[in-house]
Design a binder for this molecule. Structure first.
Ligand code: C5P
Length: 226
């Protein structure tokens, strides 16, 4: 790698349950890169807000909560203070609240530095909604991963059942549609493909096939660079 070249970032954006987290984490492991799950930061903010009884539409209070929290990522676990919140932030209610606080521009601004600080040598794979468009516009590879709402709701359902959590497919489909709509229609960093992003619909692919496709794209880019 050219010593003066910026640290490479691979940005993987897309709606919930498109498989971006699984693919991004596996790609980071394969390349020996760092991994940023930006959605976790919005979920952490939402959990903090819910616990403090703050209204998720109160922009100033949510911003203060986002700025004050000091999450620790350690050995695949996420801590807020001494509390391990790895599972708690995956709760459906927290996901819905996350999409509300994520629509607030002041909250998005509050989380920018934390996200940018994840860019460390030898490289970063970052997943979210605005990794390519806002946080890392100079990413060497921009992927927008998507799948039909039915395929995504079914994946979420299978994940929950596998964890022994009871779930209802029609409730999940409704919640997913609500979150998609809010993420897509919001003014601040809407969840739409960034300019220059390669769109991959993986409705009929498994995680391994999705990973291979994105890995090959990165290899092509590397091979074409001086
Ligand atoms: O990806 P995940 O489902 O964990 O994200 C939770 C919520 O956080 C999303 O519904 C979205 O509203 C928000 N988010 C965002 N920008 C990101 C990552 C997540 O707005 N980069």
């Amino acid at each position: 790698m050219n010593a003066s070249a910026p640290i490479p970032v691979i940005a993987i954006d897309g709606p919930s349950s498109s498989g971006k987290g699984t693919v991004a984490a596996a790609l980071a492991r394969r390349l020996g890169f760092h991994y940023l799950d930006s959605g976790a930061l919005y979920r952490l903010t939402a959990l903090t807000v819910l616990k403090a009884g703050i209204n998720p539409d109160d922009e100033a209070a949510c911003e203060a909560a986002a700025r004050a929290m000091q999450p620790v990522f350690k050995d695949g676990r996420i801590f807020l203070g001494k509390e391990d919140v790895t599972e708690a932030i995956r709760d459906e209610a927290v996901g819905l609240a996350a999409s509300r606080v994520a629509a607030l521009p002041a909250v998005r601004r509050a989380l920018v530095d934390l996200q940018k600080s994840a860019r460390r040598a030898p490289g970063l794979v970052a997943d979210g909604r605005d990794m390519a468009a806002v946080i890392f516009p100079d990413a060497v590879l921009k992927v927008f991963l998507t799948a039909t709402p039915e395929a995504r709701a079914k994946r979420r359902y299978n994940q929950l059942i596998a964890k022994g959590i009871s779930a209802n497919l029609s409730d999940l489909t409704r919640d997913l549609a609500e979150r998609d709509r809010r993420d897509r229609e919001r003014k601040a960093a809407p969840c739409v493909p960034a300019e220059g992003a390669r769109i991959l619909d993986n409705s009929d692919m498994d995680a391994a096939q999705t990973l291979e496709t994105v890995y090959e794209w990165y290899r092509e880019i590397q091979a074409s660079r001086p």
